[in-house]
Design a binder for this molecule. Structure first.
Ligand code: BES
Ligand code: MN
Ligand code: ZN
Length: 502
């Protein structure tokens, strides 16, 4: 879909549909909605008084114009309660009205800038959110099945302020870029595991690298053996697919040796291994590389936005399968930082591959380190499917991430890391074991990871609950959400700004 800004009067636009809006509880529409209402001889206000149009968040009401306006359809997008309004609500509204109009076979649509007037949100922030929300909300994974609806070809964002056009175009450009990176991650995650193997992940990373001029490296089994990555290799033992350790580096600040580290869990399929999972719903475990996909496509976006900062992504990628050569409960592995790990469950494989990846990140001198992982079902139990769990050893860094997340609408919640629970990861025969007891599983997993980060500022984001959705709502669609991409991009941008200020 092409998105552009034009100067004009929404009521006069020729299109298949024009979009205006309404806050919940407003009886008499104002602004552009009032102008369109007038042209329709009060149709909108009479539907409001009949209680048919309520302005509830996410609702899209359709009014046909029958020649009263150049556009065939007027869509009234519900903005919800004014006191709850936010930039993220605009993303959601854009996703909703775009999907509604696509269903109605609209190819050319035009919208006002929602919330910019009475909503009190800056024009450019709203335009960016409309572009981002529209592209995210219209996403579908169409590689193996024809899409249900035809695409909307063009969305015009209509403003009155001529002088604002250049800045709005910039804002829309950013929204588009960030949404494309998120959709690229969704594509990778939605790919079935028979296609998205570790080797294919490495191919995808290579493509991103050559497209956006990033440094790309891939380490094979032999390289990992030479580096002593027993934990990662241990998980890979059960599979015939060769494991890959992939790195992508963006250099935006030539004068600095420092670099941020983004790590992503890249289990392309998690059967549980010998500690095999129940078969029901096991297919969803193709999503277990959602963290890996997110850090990769975030790096692609960062390379286009060019912040003055260096970022390196590390992706440990392997399948977790049972076989005659598979890792077994009771086995002991040594990570590259020298710590030994007793494997209690082969299904707690994420923390094993991350143990080596985290140690490797420190070897490279990356700081701070942020890892993104579909790590524990326990995190989904604790926080549900809307909030990712945030853990870390540095409150400053945690606060920065929560702030970046807040800005992007990716909901995150800090979780505690009490010393006392460390007890649960103690092993009789090794330095640590890879599972705790029944309770607080997301926390004991984070405490396990902490064993492999020493003093480097580090944050772990558990996205097991948020990486995919079974519901369509706002700019979230069914399947992979691409969670984390937007927060990581935002963090890189804000860190670059911070460093400039110092
Ligand atoms: N990939 C799973 C976690 C997961 C669960 C992600 C549900 C998305 C949805 C992870 O590797 C896993 O199997 N974790 C175990 C840990 C347990 C064995 C300590 C879990 O959560 O059950
Ligand atoms: Mn597992
Ligand atoms: Zn897993």
């Amino acid at each position: 879909m092409e998105i552009k800004v034009i100067v004009g009067d929404i009521a006069q636009i020729e299109a298949d549909a024009i979009v205006v809006n309404l806050f919940e509880g407003v009886e008499q529409p104002g602004g552009a909605t009032a102008a369109v209402d007038k042209a329709l001889d009060g149709a909108i206000s009479s539907l409001i008084s009949r209680g048919e149009i309520k302005g509830k968040f996410g609702e899209v009401n359709i009014v046909h114009t029958f020649g009263k306006l150049p556009a065939g359809i007027v869509a009234i997008a519900g903005l919800g309660k004014r006191q709850d309004f936010s930039v993220d609500k605009i993303r959601g509204v854009a996703g909703e009205f775009c999907r509604a109009l696509r269903k109605l076979n609209c190819h050319k649509i035009a919208t006002i800038v929602h919330g910019a007037g009475i909503g009190g949100i800056e024009l450019e922030a709203s335009a960016e959110a409309i572009a981002e929300g529209a592209l995210l909300g219209l996403y579908s994974f169409t590689k193996y099945k024809k899409p249900e609806y035809e695409d909307i070809e063009e969305m015009r964002i209509v403003v009155r302020e001529k002088e604002k056009v250049p800045i709005l175009e910039l804002a829309i450009g950013k929204g588009k870029l960030v949404a494309s990176a998120t959709n690229a991650a969704r594509d990778m995650i939605n790919e079935p595991a028979n296609y998205m193997t570790p080797s294919q992940m490495a191919e995808a990373a290579k493509e991103i690298a050559s497209k956006y001029n990033l440094e790309f490296k891939v380490f094979d089994r032999e390289d990992m053996e030479a580096m002593g990555m027993e934990a990662l290799l241990g998980v890979a033992k059960g599979s015939n697919q060769p494991p890959k350790l992939i790195t992508l580096s963006y250099k935006g600040d030539e004068r600095s040796e420092k670099a941020l580290g983004f790590l992503g869990k890249g289990i392309t399929f998690d059967s549980g291994g010998i500690s095999i999972k129940a078969s029901e719903g096991m297919g969803a475990m193709k999503d277990d590389m959602a963290g890996a996909a997110a850090v990769m496509t975030a790096l692609g976006a960062i390379a286009q936005l060019k912040p003055k900062i260096n970022v390196t992504a590390i992706i440990p990628a392997t399948e977790n399968l049972p076989s005659g050569t598979a890792l077994k409960p009771g086995d002991v592995l040594k990570a590259i930082n020298g710590k030994t790990i007793e494997v209690i469950s082969t299904d707690a494989e994420g923390r094993l591959i991350l143990a080596d990846a985290l140690s490797y990140a420190q070897k490279l001198g990356l700081s701070p380190i942020i890892d993104l992982a579909t790590l524990t079902g326990a995190c989904r139990v604790a926080l549900g499917t809307l909030y990712s769990g945030v853990f870390g050893n540095d409150q400053d860094l945690i606060d920065k991430i929560l702030k970046a997340a807040e800005k992007t609408g990716e909901r995150m919640w800090q979780m505690p890391m009490p010393e006392e629970y460390k007890e649960q990861n103690k092993s009789e025969i090794a330095d640590v074991k890879n599972t705790g007891n029944r309770y607080g599983g997301a926390i004991t997993a984070a405490l396990f990871l902490a064993e492999f980060v020493a003093n480097t500022p580090w944050v772990h984001i558990d996205i097991a609950g948020t990486a995919s959705s079974t519901k369509e709502s706002g700019y979230i669609i069914k399947g992979a959400t691409g969670i984390g991409v937007r927060t990581l991009i935002e963090l890189a941008l804000s860190e670059a700004k911070n460093q400039e200020a110092i």
